[in-house]
Design a protein around this ligand. Structure first.
Ligand code: GLU
Length: 311
């Protein structure tokens, strides 16, 4: 049934969810392997829904910016696909990993070609491609996110980026291993600095929901008034999100929520309902897989209450 045929009170649904998830606080843990992330208030909760016609609904801390972390991998993949097309898939696969987001083991088995662009080695390979383009990659990333969010103040948090860079031993090791296999062109330290800048971008739920709107609109977004990516690219990115976007709990997330989504260790989850809307939720406490504990519960409630799902 379309949204026109069935009028859903999305604001009412969000208000209900914000209350209903309260008992879930305290069950997850805020990420602390990046020390600057550990300072965030664990009880924050925000959510935003952006319909393809541009209508926005928010609740709680939906307008407060947080560290997007791995959600940025989605937008770097978009940039890579815009500039390199299917060549991207010679550098990175499109299969779920079944391992932790920064696991080294499989990378060695698969000779430096990461399983998908949403685990850390895959994101590093994708970023390495984008860094091959002319011009300053950090400006390119920031400008792209400002354009997508329709907000010129979107920026990276230098303290968070520094903190991650100081503790990025596993990511550095992944990058060096890939370089040894010939799958990284840039200097590893340049790559790490750019990657930490990318992960430390700060956006709020409403901005992230806006930024993903082209993925819900077959590449087109009513807010940007243009086709940001091609229809084909939107379909393919949504498919990779559905199978790889939630690390090694992607199966249970698909079972519980039923939408393509990308999470980040800052506690954000950005989901796409193709043809209908984007939904972003933020709650910093994470489950054992590195996905927002309360955020997953909130999305499960949202899709159960509204019937918005790809299945
Ligand atoms: N910056 C984080 C890292 O590389 C991103 C991980 C995530 O958000 O899942 O460890």
């Amino acid at each position: 049934m379309t949204d026109k045929a069935r009028v859903v009170d999305y604001q009412g649904v969000l208000d209900y969810i914000a209350e209903a998830v309260r008992p879930q606080f305290g069950k997850g843990r805020v990420a602390d392997y990046i020390p600057a992330l550990a300072d965030v208030d664990a009880r924050k909760f925000g959510m935003a829904v952006r319909l393809v016609d541009g209508t926005l609904y928010t609740v709680g801390d939906g307008l407060e910016r947080f560290s997007v972390q791995s959600i940025s991998k989605l937008f770097v993949l978009e940039l890579a696909m815009q500039h390199f097309g299917d060549m991207v898939w010679t550098r990175v696969g499109k299969e779920p990993s079944g391992d932790r987001f920064n696991s080294m083991m499989r990378l060695e088995h698969e000779r430096g070609i990461p399983r998908n662009p949403f685990i850390n080695p895959g994101a590093l390979a994708t970023l390495d491609l984008v860094m091959g383009l002319k011009g300053d990659t950090r400006h390119r990333l920031r400008n792209y996110l400002r354009f997508l969010a329709v907000d010129e103040t979107v920026d990276s948090n230098a303290t968070v980026a520094r903190s991650e860079l100081d503790h990025a031993h596993t990511n550095r090791a992944l990058a060096h291993l890939m370089k040894a296999y010939g799958n990284i062109d840039n200097d590893v330290e340049d790559l790490m600095e750019t990657y930490c800048f990318q992960c430390a971008m700060e956006m709020n739920c409403a901005e992230l929901a806006t930024a993903a709107l082209p993925l819900a609109g077959g590449g087109y977004s009513s807010l940007h008034d243009t086709a940001v990516i091609s229809k084909n690219q939107a379909r393919r990115i949504n498919s990779v999100m559905l199978t790889c976007g939630m690390y090694d709990s992607v199966g249970s997330f698909a079972y519980r929520v039923g939408l393509p989504a990308k999470s980040g260790v800052g506690g954000g989850i950005l989901a796409v309902a193709p043809g209908r809307m984007t939904i972003c939720v933020w709650s910093p406490e994470l489950d054992a897989f590195g996905n927002s504990y309360v955020g997953t519960a909130a999305l499960e409630l949202f899709t159960s209450m509204t019937g918005v799902s790809v299945f």
